[in-house]
Design a protein around this ligand. Structure first.
Ligand code: SAM
Length: 284
């Protein structure tokens, strides 16, 4: 298998397709970036270096890829749309022989396979397909120990949820679980006019930096996820009422957290305390 292309070759008919002939596909969440000013700002935030283990998800027609390769010629990309593979190869492979393309679904992709020997933590970037952004973020969080940082373009509303703090309207499951693993920085907003076709919503750039040592550690992360899901299923209920599905009233009363409040009123550290109590209860 050629180093630069780690999957089945794209269909023959598409190999003649040029940069401008590829039509954006909604099912792949394709909104191509066309604003040079925004692209340069993104690259500046990423600050790619030759020695980085840089991975781009969804390179599309290569708008960001081009600049990443200039700084880091060993860039690897994961792209699902096989019709884009020849577009990428024809632009970059002659100039960057160490460029690798994985024609794969990022949702199922094993990112630890890209670590190299000796392992070099990943720097993951991408203008992500908005239709799969939340499951993709959860998939990537499972590699937190192998990732140095991540820079993503996402729907602004999703970035707001990731960065939200207790008492804020956007605070919920996504923010709590992302903040469990990562420092979250909401870097800047991007308007719909920067893309072709234009998305219906505003976008934003976020930086996620996984902690080397988690600030709070749950005894069992699956229990934390279950608890947070249950708590936010009905945002208007008090925690005490929601938690009744998971533990007996007496156990709730014995907790060292005020459960007479709504789920948006308590911090990540308090969720971890509740989760540890639930885990111990379940262990018997
Ligand atoms: N990076 C390009 C840009 O900024 O112009 C394209 C961004 S576009 C919003 C999202 C890209 O992700 C598309 O190239 C799309 O084909 C690709 N994509 C969609 N679903 C994917 C998946 N499950 N795995 C990998 N790539 C995917």
């Amino acid at each position: 298998m050629a180093k630069h292309f780690a999957s089945k070759p794209a269909a023959k008919k598409s190999s003649a397709q040029g940069l401008n002939e590829h039509r954006a596909r909604k099912r792949f969440g394709q909104n191509f970036l066309e604003d040079d000013g925004i692209i340069r700002r993104i690259i500046k935030c990423i600050s790619p270096k030759a020695e980085d283990n840089l991975v781009e998800i969804g390179p599309g027609k290569g708008a960001i890829t081009q600049h990443l390769l200039e700084a880091c010629p060993t860039l690897q990309v994961v792209e699902l749309d096989r019709d884009l593979i020849p577009v990428l190869l024809s632009q970059f492979i002659a100039r960057y022989p160490d460029f690798s393309i994985h024609q794969q679904d990022a949702l199922k992709f094993d990112f630890s396979s890209l670590l190299g020997e000796p392992a070099n933590p990943l720097r993951i970037v991408g203008n992500l397909p908005y239709n799969i952004s939340t499951p993709l973020i959860f998939h990537l969080l499972s590699y937190h120990g192998q990732v140095r940082d991540m820079h993503f373009m996402l729907q602004k509303e999703v970035v707001d949820r990731m960065a939200a703090q207790p008492e804020e309207k956007a605070y919920g499951r996504l923010g709590i679980m992302v903040q469990y693993y990562c420092r979250v920085e909401n870097l800047f907003d991007v308007p719909p006019e920067s893309f072709n076709p234009r998305p219906k919503v505003d976008s934003a750039i976020v930086r996620l930096t996984p902690y080397e040592q988690l600030p709070v550690v749950a005894k069992d992360v699956k229990t934390l996820e279950k608890l947070v899901n249950t708590a936010f299923q009905q945002r208007r209920k008090t925690l005490r009422n929601s938690l009744k599905q998971l533990m007996p009233a007496a156990a709730i009363e014995a907790l060292d957290v005020d459960t007479g409040v709504r789920p948006e009123n308590i911090s990540l550290a308090e969720y971890v305390r509740l989760s540890d109590a639930l885990f111990e209860l379940e262990q018997g």
